[in-house]
Design a protein around this ligand. Structure first.
Ligand SMILES: Nc1nc2c(c(=O)[nH]1)N[C@H]1C(S)=C(S)[C@@H](COP(=O)(O)O)O[C@H]1N2
Ligand SMILES: [Mo]
Length: 255
């Protein structure tokens, strides 16, 4: 698919609105590598809330390298939230396989921990549910060009990482799933306040197709980062890649 043939997406913010950010980046010498203001505006300002904008915008974003995206990602910038009434119904299923191939949670399921973590004892779902939970209503944006709003309740990942004594200076947090999916995120994104280990969808425990018993929910990134059916969390400095990332999807994939 050629990016040039895609319609140019309509910016959701004006250049004036992101000018302070651009000034800050250029002061720090980060606006190098021949990036134009126009292309940066597309990166930061694409209106990803409409379906029409998504496709072209994503192809643009994928042309930027992870380093530039990591500079633009602010751990303090929050994804937009919505009222519970905005939740999309029916809510769409998506995976690298058909829905009839969805795996049930193994009866001996535990959340396994490995890598740069102080306390690697595995967690049962009941133990996870004892931790303080937060609810978010946010938009899930798939790289295929569709999006939907969901309501998830779960444990903020930053709180969980602290609780298990993870090395917060490590570079990556990786997620292994029992459907053989896997993905990984950078530590600043893992510590973002809206990045949660979700247990419930619209007040009910997750069902297998939507990620039971625990899924990642990270509204500041594209949908393929929100790992469902998690079986293990790994904290590491070795680049872990991911199922789609290893096939060429941009690794950072901020949205
Ligand atoms: N374990 C697992 N997680 C996954 C996937 C998958 O195939 N397996 N697909 C990803 C993609 S591409 C998307 S868009 C979302 C879909 O989430 P949903 O079924 O809740 O809409 O899950 C993501 N997480
Ligand atoms: Mo996706």
């Amino acid at each position: 698919m050629s990016p040039e043939r895609k319609p140019r997406p309509k910016p959701a913010v004006t250049l004036d609105e992101i000018k302070p950010e651009l000034d800050r980046l250029s002061r720090r010498g980060l606006l190098t590598r021949g990036l134009s203001l126009g292309s940066l505006m597309m990166l930061t300002g694409c209106d990803l809330s409409t379906h029409s904008g998504v496709d072209g915008a994503l192809w643009t974003i994928m042309q930027f390298d992870d380093w530039v995206q990591a500079q633009l990602f602010s751990p303090l910038r929050l994804a937009r939230t919505y009222p519970p009434s905005a939740v999309t119904n029916p809510y769409r299923f998506n995976a690298f396989y058909e829905d009839w191939q969805v795996r049930e949670t193994p009866s001996d399921w535990r959340l396994e921990l490995s890598g740069l973590i102080g306390d690697k004892r595995p967690w049962t779902i009941d133990q996870l549910r004892m931790l303080p939970l937060e609810t978010q209503v946010t938009r899930h944006i798939c790289i295929e060009g569709w999006s939907q709003i969901g309501q998830w309740t779960g444990i903020p990942l930053h709180a969980f990482l602290r609780r298990i004594g993870a090395d917060l200076s490590a570079r990556y947090v990786a997620f292994k799933c029992f459907d053989d999916y896997f993905t990984s995120i950078d530590m600043p994104s893992a510590l973002h306040p809206q990045t949660i280990l979700a247990l419930d969808f619209v007040g009910q425990p997750l069902t297998p197709e939507w990620g039971a018993p625990v899924r990642l929910r990270i509204p500041t990134k594209l949908g393929f980062k929100s790992a469902k059916n998690i079986s293990a969390i790994v904290v590491t400095n070795d680049y872990p890649g991911g199922y789609w990332e290893d096939q060429g999807y941009n690794w950072f994939s901020g949205s």
